[in-house]
Design a protein around this ligand. Sequence first.
Ligand code: ADP
Length: 483
Amino acid sequence: MTQKIEFDKTFKYKILVIDDEKRIRDVTHRMLTNEGFEVALAETGDIGMKMIDEKHYDIILLDLMMPGISGLDLLPHLKAHHPYTVVIVITGYATLEHSIEAMKKGAFDFISKPFSPQDLRMVIAKAIKFIRTLQDIADEKSRMRVLINQLSDGVMATDIQKKIALVNPAFLKMLDCFGQEISGQSVSDIIQNKKIENMIDKVLSMPTEKFSILNEELDIGDNILSVRCIPFRDRLNRNLGTITVTHDITALKKMDQLKSDFVSMVAHEIRSPLNSVGMQLQVILDELAGDVTEKQREILNRASKKIKTLGNLSTELLDLAKIESGLISQEKETFDIKKFLQEQVAFFKEAAQAKDIHLELDELPEIPPLFANKSNMEEVFSNLISNSINYTPKGGKITIFAAKNKGYLHIMVSDTGLGIPKEDLERIFDRFYRVKNDKTRYITGTGLGLPIVKSIIEAHNGKIKVESELDKGSAFNIYLPYL
Ligand code: ADP
């Protein structure tokens, strides 16, 4: 039983039959017209060639043996000038070599004479499937190209030899290069940016079991770009090339700078009058301006406490602005971490004792010296230890521990205090974020301590992690890399 073949009827495909044998032309014409195709006929190669050059045909049924221009002569012309036309050659029994030659010259398939209607249907159905696949690939390619060309972010794809496979106008503009025929050229010839090339090199040498995205910021003239580079891989995870995406963050950076400058300016301007108000209050409290009643003292003490809090806020805002604008002091020194922590503990002993809190430095193993900015580190530990004192009720315990851990120095400040609710844990490093509940209500603070700690640690290429359980306590873990 012959299988019924359903043709794809999305388009009315145009088929041209070029054959000098009238019977073949008639049979194919009748059959293909009945199937809904638009069919044209040519009785010689010369007529066929003229027709092809005037109008596009999706499929050509081409007789190889014809007087005048033969099918074999027509094939190179078709391949060169009509690459989207699928050619099926019609051959006689004894011309197998010709069929092979025709395939080599670009024919898609062949059908031998005499053929049945079913043979013809099958070969036409196959050709249509091929056309559809080609069409799908072409559609996908053009959709992708339009999409990538319209992106405001820059995109560049390279192959494994660092030759550019695709690049959009945004990328070329951001890197200040304008090219005409860029596809196929080497990245080093067109982009001429050592940092990007290094990123591409690193990505290409990434082993198959590793997949990571490289991120960098680049200064290009007056602009700042955020650049991401990732490997592009096949199904077996082999590197096929790289994809680099650039995003212009100049405006963001400028805004950030403006904001930091503004905050610094305001904090700075507030600090001196605050200091002077504080000092004047102290003069009154010390009774240098006359007697002070108990009631007045109480009010002045409260006012002086508020002034101190405001003073702290402006100092912390200034610190943060300094760190965020990259002005964090880069002067690093080598120092003994054990001695440093002992000093910190000694400094906070009194404040802890005032709350009946036991503050201790654990027995420490041998630790190599650390290379870091010492005053930054003092700021980190003074924030963490004073937080622990603030958020630990009377009678609690604070322990500090340090050890070498996989190339990092791990320092932990843990307490048996209030703990931090799970839903707040993510946010305590955000600026001004403070946990609000009945227990923390009367503890004053700015919500800037932990953001400062985090910025300093990150500026030292380290990490900070916190573990906490409500009503049990918290542990702040710092990891600083050794050089
Ligand atoms: P501040 O202490 O000035 O409010 P921080 O940025 O230092 O600001 O801390 C943010 C918040 O994190 C605090 O308000 C507090 O709720 C919580 N927190 C910080 N350290 C601890 C700790 N050791 N125990 C419990 N909660 C803490």
